[in-house]
Write a protein that binds this ligand. Structure first.
Ligand code: GTP
Ligand code: MG
Length: 684
């Protein structure tokens, strides 16, 4: 058996007396990187290797440990966040900044987005990174652009003094651009606008420049903020320029602008220690880890600190508080978290050892209990019932299926997923899980199924609130739609009954229109799949939370019914071929189905029971060749987010490690008919 090269290398290094240090990787939550440190101190002097590293320690999988100079007084610091609408190129830009500042290992392609993030091309968790530019350390926080994770962006803004606002040179400012820019400007942070993707064929940087200025006016930016620097960039190509007429060759202009514009963090490094926890991380080895910027003073490993409870800013008084010892202290270098013995005001650090650490809590020196203004964690907007899988196929694929296992896992998620809420219900097999949107819950569903869990999820319910005068309020969303002019009619027609109101409409004259609506969040449920069908996949839609408004009244659900399997079996091509005339199928030949499982969408309203396992009757008669030709349309892929938007109140999503199935709550046909009858009677 040959050992992997990495292991061979490790063994040789150990034999030669080198002490090999493993490095903890923030995003992977495991040890991924190895670094060669000093010779093993336990070896007698004559057995230690010479002063130079052995040649074999040079390959790209090993590199000398980075010497951190976090407590170095001469080191300048800048703290910035990169914020934008989803997909405007934040992560690509951060990777390029890291690469051009040589903060990435040679050949590494920027592991910023990992696992599910990399697969879907979206960032879910904000990530701390840092680069060196000359004598300055720039802490850069990459943030998620999807509206469901907007709260995360809001929180990390408390760690920085400036922000790069990325705006796509073709799309211009989008709903999330407005949201994050509004939050950052209101905190008085220093902006740098980067008009990105200027390499796009349809880029219109001049128009976008004007739109950003208009946005700043709308958001009541201060005069200094309004006169901020604008750069034109392509993060994919790694270039930026201050002048559109002079194409950039690298990101040096951006680094220079950051150093010139963003102020060094204030805070007296000699004062009593004070730090606000802005984000959390979790490691099975270290427990909860609090991340934030040191506002004042210094902190050292082993020191005792006070963890103050949430509350008003100012001296704590006589209120009780927790004391804990800092077990480990990390700074950031490149993509990694590196252990440091000490850090001072202005630095962004991660503290391990404080068990009760929570977002918005202040950590201080024990003799100086002074609380900073806290951070409110955003309230959830939708909730679902998370149930144990009780379908006829339960337990076939999953490792963890019982109520106890599912419950334990859900509660564990709360350690890190701060915007999530989990509650028990009267039924020990059902839990209420609340989150910020379909993507937020969809990611949790995906993570759990990959870990081997099986469960079922109900249709999301919006979480209403009570207004000051006792009136019922519900969440409204801002919906932005881009689509070809020809589809405008059908979009308006569908959104009307969903109680959307048109806020404005723009026709830039290139055959597409941009429509902005305000719509109750309830009205959006189930719309995405209709929209994609109606615009034949040519339209894009984005929405984000707007505010709570008066209850909009009843909203009709899905326009189309579903095709429901009427018995257990295996779907066959012959049956699916006949059924596809009635609608769109969700299953393919060979898929196992059970009675009550949803196998397709009916083209008309109302559900119908069908038999997708029906075989062709075999006779002695020869059939014509054309009769033998069975061409099936590809089934509609049911993703978890799409499923969450799609299902109705009497339906469930069954999630297992290998399948996502939709099913009726009541599986038996008679029971379903009876339920439908009582419901109709109740409505009349
Ligand atoms: N044409 C072009 N495409 C780019 C550029 N920068 C990024 N992209 C592409 O845009 C897509 C999104 O890029 P990301 O860097 O993941 O965007 P993001 O802003 O981090 O997205 P979220 O984290 O999901 O908000 C990817 O397919 C990139 O390849 C650019 O300068 N030009
Ligand atoms: Mg990203």
């Amino acid at each position: 058996m040959t050992l992997p090269p990495r292991v061979q290398l490790l063994i040789r290094l150990h034999i030669e007396g080198w002490c090999v240090r493993e490095r903890y990787h923030q995003s992977f939550d495991c040890i991924t990187d190895l670094s060669v440190a000093e010779p093993c101190p336990s070896l007698p002097a004559f057995a230690r290797p010479g002063p130079s590293l052995p040649a074999l320690a040079r390959p790209s999988i090993l590199r000398p440990s980075t010497r951190t100079r976090i407590s170095d007084a001469s080191l300048q610091i800048r703290n910035i966040a990169i914020i934008a609408h989803v997909d405007h190129g934040k992560t690509t830009l951060v990777s390029q900044l890291l690469r051009q500042a040589r903060a990435l290992r040679h050949g590494a392609t920027g592991f910023l987005d990992t696992g599910i993030e990399a697969e879907r091309g979206i960032t879910i968790l904000a990530k701390n990174t840092a680069v060196r530019w000359g004598e300055t350390k720039i802490n850069i926080v990459d943030t998620p652009g999807h509206a469901d994770f907007g709260g995360e962006v809001e929180r990390i803004l408390r760690m920085v003094d400036g922000f790069l606002l990325l705006v796509d040179a073709a799309e211009g400012p989008m709903p999330q651009t407005r949201f994050v820019a509004g939050k950052a400007l209101a905190l008085g942070l220093v902006p740098i606008v980067v008009i990105n993707k200027i390499d796009r064929q349809d880029a219109e940087p001049h128009r976008v420049h004007d739109e950003v200025l208009q946005l700043f006016l709308d958001l009541e930016a201060s005069e200094e903020q309004f006169h901020c620097p604008f750069l034109y960039a392509s993060s994919r190509q790694g270039i930026a320029s201050k002048d559109l007429a002079v194409p950039g060759t690298d990101l040096v202009p951006l680094f220079e602008t950051i150093l010139e514009t963003v102020p060094a963090p204030g805070g007296d490094p000699e004062g009593p220690f004070q730090m606000l926890i802005s984000t959390l991380d979790y490691s099975s080895y270290l427990g909860r880890i609090g991340i934030g910027r040191i506002e004042r003073g210094r902190v050292r490993v082993g020191e005792t600190v006070a963890l103050l409870p949430l509350g008003e800013a100012g001296p704590l008084g006589d209120a009780p508080y927790e004391q804990a010892r800092v077990v480990k202290l990390f700074g950031f270098e490149g993509l990694e978290r590196v252990e440091v013995p000490e850090a001072a005001a202005g630095e962004i650090v991660a503290l391990a050892g404080l068990a009760g650490v929570e977002i918005g809590k202040t950590v201080t020196a024990p003799d100086h209990l002074d609380r900073l203004a806290g951070i409110a964690v955003e309230e959830p907007t939708i909730s679902v019932d998370w149930k144990v899988n009780d379908s006829p196929f339960a337990g076939r694929e999953g490792k963890y299926v019982t109520g106890r296992q599912v419950r334990e896992r859900l509660y564990k998620e709360l350690e890190r997923n701060v915007a999530l809420r989990v509650e028990d219900t009267d039924d020990p097999q059902v839990f209420t899980v609340s989150g910020r949107g379909e993507l937020h819950l969809g990611i949790l569903m995906e993570t759990m199924r990959r870990e081997g869990y099986e469960f079922q999820v109900s249709r999301p319910r919006i979480i209403p609130r009570e207004g000051p005068d006792g009136a019922l309020l519900e969440p409204y969303e801002e919906l932005m739609i881009d689509c070809p002019e020809g589809y405008m009619g059908v979009v308006m027609e569908k959104l009307g009954p969903r109680r959307a109101t048109l806020l404005d409409m723009r026709n830039p004259g290139v055959g597409t229109v941009r429509l902005r609506f305000k719509i109750p969040a309830r009205g959006l449920l189930g719309y995405r799949s209709e929209f994609l069908t109606d615009t034949r996949g040519t339209g894009t839609m984005h929405h984000r939370f707007f505010d709570y408004g008066p209850w909009a009244g009843p909203i009709s659900g899905r326009g189309r019914g579903v095709l429901v399997a009427d018995r257990e079996g295996v779907a066959v091509a012959f049956a699916l071929f006949n059924l596809q005339e009635r609608g769109t199928m969700f299953v393919k030949p060979g898929d196992a189905v059970y009675e009550g499982m949803i196998v397709g969408e009916n083209a008309r309203p109302g559900d119908i029971d069908v038999n997708p396992s029906k075989e062709k009757k075999l006779t002695n008669m020869r059939t014509t060749a054309s009769d033998e030709m069975i061409i099936l349309e590809p089934p509609r892929q049911i993703t978890l987010e799409l499923a969450l938007e799609y299902i109705e109140d009497d339906e469930l999503i069954e999630v297992t490690p290998h399948s996502v199935r939709l099913r009726k709550h009541a599986l038996g046909a008679t029971e379903r008919r009876k339920l439908a009858r009582t419901q109709r009677a109740a409505e009349e």
